[in-house]
Unconditional design. Structure first.
Length: 114
């Protein structure tokens, strides 16, 4: 290894030489672990923007175009499209969880011992 890598102290900020962590490795007060802050754009925000855009020579947004295609596929019998639509309209079916015991639905008895 080079001397440069061996002498690097992870507790010292590279540009200013200022100590950014205490002896336990925690950030000292007033110093951020993320000085740049939250990224301005995320994948979700980029995708939402793209879906809301209207392509050239089209009259509707990409999102509306996709929804129409899924609806057409569902109408033509595509089970995956039908399931997708139903899950977004009504939500996923709730799963009932039985509270009975193993034998004939008898209640479970819990006894605490001291």
């Amino acid at each position: 290894m080079s001397e440069e890598l061996e002498n690097k102290n992870p507790n010292v900020q590279e540009n200013t030489g200022e100590i950014i962590r205490d002896e336990k490795g925690r950030f000292v007060p007033g110093v951020s672990g993320n000085p740049e802050g939250r990224p301005k754009f995320s994948l979700v925000s980029i995708l939402k923007e793209e879906l809301q855009s209207v392509p050239e020579n089209k009259k509707v947004s990409r999102a509306l175009s996709i929804i129409r295609k899924i609806a057409d596929q569902a109408e033509n019998g595509d089970a995956a499209s039908q399931k997708l639509i139903m899950n977004y309209i009504d939500g996923m079916p709730r799963q009932n969880i039985g509270l009975g015991g193993e034998k004939d639905g008898e209640p479970i008895i819990i006894q605490w011992q001291k």
